[in-house]
Design a protein around this ligand. Structure first.
Ligand code: HEM
Length: 459
């Protein structure tokens, strides 16, 4: 005997769509989880969704044989720009396999080490900016880490400098992509008829997409007419041939994947860095340990590639940030066969879409204790991290569709954080600020401002 999956009362025609906050849908999903428990069901007009939020259920659906990635909600809209690129490809699409096999080696930890100098180059630009603006300047952390992450991925992926640190306003491409992602999220949670009626928003959506496509197409054509030896991601995609199928990637698919790297590579990493700075400001003892580690490993000299693996406390802080505030706060899977969850309690028909509230499941007291919501990097330090239960920490997703850019993000975040802490004491602009979030495709802190005060190293 199975138990029906709970569902909040719904409106005729509109289902549960009016219960989802337009600006931060994640909050609504979390509040409903507080009310209805670890599993509940929603009718979001364009899709029926089962939402899960406990460790046990997240662990159960982390199984590539029974559940595959589902491209739903905001991802369906994002697919209008990213097509069958790696992130938005439907399971089984041929181009996903070709691109995955070609690009996995390029994202290995060893290959990402070759990108170290380019990453430091961009981080230096940000640090210099903060130095020159001085301690009274109010740093918009999200804004600057977004510039950093964008410039880094553009330089490493296609040897292109967006030069965001030299501009008053972000590069037009960056603005277009930000607006495109915001609108993608909004469109996913509006009744389809409203999207049709909102002609102005639709026209802007198309115009932003055009701006994005034009730059990337131009870069592809330029590289074709000016070939280089550099093994960046663009060259690997242009020249690579898949061993399994003997196929390469079309120009269109290369564009989809370049856009994918720009989207996936900037939103998440900038969120991770901003959340971490916030948590460190709020937890002076963790900040002290980070500074101590940076002083010991880097001293006053430039960061070196071999330092990254020695920055173990920074690793713990980044992991703890990703547990409490995973920038990709939700992902979705689809049942490949009829299934049951929770020891046979809930029946899940084949084809059901299940949204996983990673952010909540990673705070399950069953795994993390009653202080699960507290920032404690020690639980992620060294052996402690190795002992956490399987699938209890999933900020980079799971299985064959897990994040390909993890080593890239990891190296970039270590470099940026170590360089910032080496040079500055960070103070919140408003010491009473407590975390608020904004949501595009991913979540980031909202309204977090700080001061970067050059360090007095004798203290
Ligand atoms: C996939 C998180 C950085 C490229 C994913 C997924 C998650 C994730 C959760 C799985 C999504 C799903 O199942 O629907 C993160 C986080 C990052 C990060 C937390 C940083 C802190 C990056 C970077 C890149 C990147 C820097 C590229 C340079 C991708 C791609 C996929 C992906 C291409 C799709 C992989 C596939 O389905 O084959 N990421 N990501 N990510 N990520 Fe990341």
């Amino acid at each position: 005997m199975t138990t029906p999956i709970p569902s909040p009362p719904a409106l005729p025609l509109l289902g549960h769509i009016t219960q989802i906050d337009k600006e931060v849908p994640l909050r609504s999903f979390e509040l409903l989880a507080d009310q209805y428990g670890e599993i509940y069901q929603l009718n979001l007009i364009t899709r029926q969704s089962i939402i899960i939020s406990s460790y046990d259920l997240m662990n159960e659906v982390s199984n590539d044989k029974r559940f595959s990635k589902a491209v739903v909600g905001g991802l369906v809209e994002t697919r209008k720009g990213l097509g069958d690129g790696l992130f938005t490809a439907y399971p089984g699409e041929e181009n996903w396999g070709v691109a995955h096999r070609l690009l996995m080696p390029a994202f290995s930890t060893a290959k990402v080490r070759d990108m170290f100098d380019d990453m430091v180059d961009i981080a230096e630009q940000m640090v210099q900016k903060w130095e020159r603006f001085g301690p009274l300047h109010v740093v918009d952390a999200v804004e600057d880490f977004t510039r950093l992450a964008f410039d880094t991925i553009a330089l490493c992926a296609m040897s292109y400098r967006l030069n965001n640190f030299y501009m008053e306003q972000s590069h037009p491409f960056v603005q277009a992509m930000g607006d495109f992602l915001l609108e993608s999220g909004l469109r996913a949670n509006r009744p389809p008829i409203m999207n049709t009626l909102m002609r102005g928003s639709s026209a802007k959506f198309e115009a932003d997409l055009k701006t994005m496509n034009e730059l990337v197409d131009e870069l592809i054509q330029y590289r074709k007419s000016h070939p280089t030896e550099k093994q960046d991601l663009l060259n690997i995609m242009l020249n690579g041939v898949d061993n399994k199928t003997g196929k390469g990637l079309s120009d269109e698919n290369i564009r989809f994947n370049l856009l994918t790297f720009l989207v996936a590579g900037h939103e998440t990493t900038s969120g991770l860095l901003t959340f971490t700075l916030y948590y460190l400001c709020k937890n002076p003892e963790a900040m002290r340990r980070v500074r101590e580690e940076v002083d010991e490993i880097l001293g006053e000299g430039p960061i070196r590639v071999e330092d990254i693996s020695k920055l173990k406390y920074i690793s713990a802080c980044l992991r703890e940030t990703l547990r409490l505030s995973p920038p990709a706060a939700m992902r979705a899977v689809e049942a490949l066969e009829d299934a049951t969850l929770s020891g046979g309690k809930y029946f899940i028909p084949k084809g059901s879409r299940i949204g996983i509230l990673t952010a909540k499941a990673q705070c399950d007291p069953k795994v993390w204790g009653e202080d699960a919501r507290e920032y404690k990097p020690e639980r992620m330090y060294g052996e402690n991290f190795e002992k956490i239960p399987q699938n209890s920490w999933q900020p980079f997703g799971y299985g064959m569709r897990a994040c390909i850019g993890r080593p890239f993000a990891w190296q970039e975040a270590h470099i940026a954080l170590a360089m910032v802490i080496q040079k500055f004491d960070i103070a919140m602009d408003d010491p009473s600020y407590t975390l608020e979030i904004k949501q595009q495709l991913t979540v980031k802190p909202k309204g977090f401002y700080c001061h970067a005060i050059p360090r007095n190293r004798s203290s």
